[in-house]
Design a protein around this ligand. Structure first.
Ligand SMILES: C=C(O[C@@H]1C=C(C(=O)O)C=C[C@H]1O)C(=O)O
Length: 95
């Protein structure tokens, strides 16, 4: 979440809501707790389980943040960390 905000010049007040998913093999914690731990505490969030597609990349947390911004769509920077850029090499930017 921090990388998403930093790379898009956003602050916590720009965030409206966040959807997070975890692959079915991740069972130790709610990803929303990690978002609150960096100080984003007044934003509604929901955690869900990613569908279990055979051969899909394991141990992935995804987030989709709904943001208030005047930034044009083609200037939004999509963040894929720790090798997940292979999931969407059409939109993932260099790390
Ligand atoms: C390919 C990904 O994984 C899955 C497939 C998606 C897609 O096809 O758009 C989106 C999210 C995931 O359900 C991804 O996270 O980009």
């Amino acid at each position: 979440m921090r990388a998403v905000l930093d790379r898009n010049s956003l602050v916590a007040d720009d965030v409206v809501s966040i959807i997070l998913t975890a692959t079915p093999d991740l069972r130790s914690a709610f990803p929303a707790a990690a978002v609150r731990a960096i100080g984003i505490t007044d934003v509604p969030m929901i955690c869900a389980k990613e569908i279990d597609v055979a051969g899909a990349m394991p141990r992935v947390v995804r987030l989709m943040a709904h943001i208030e911004s005047d930034r044009p769509r083609d200037q939004v920077r999509h963040v894929y960390l720790h090798g997940t850029n292979v999931l969407r090499d059409d939109i993932a930017e260099e790390q």
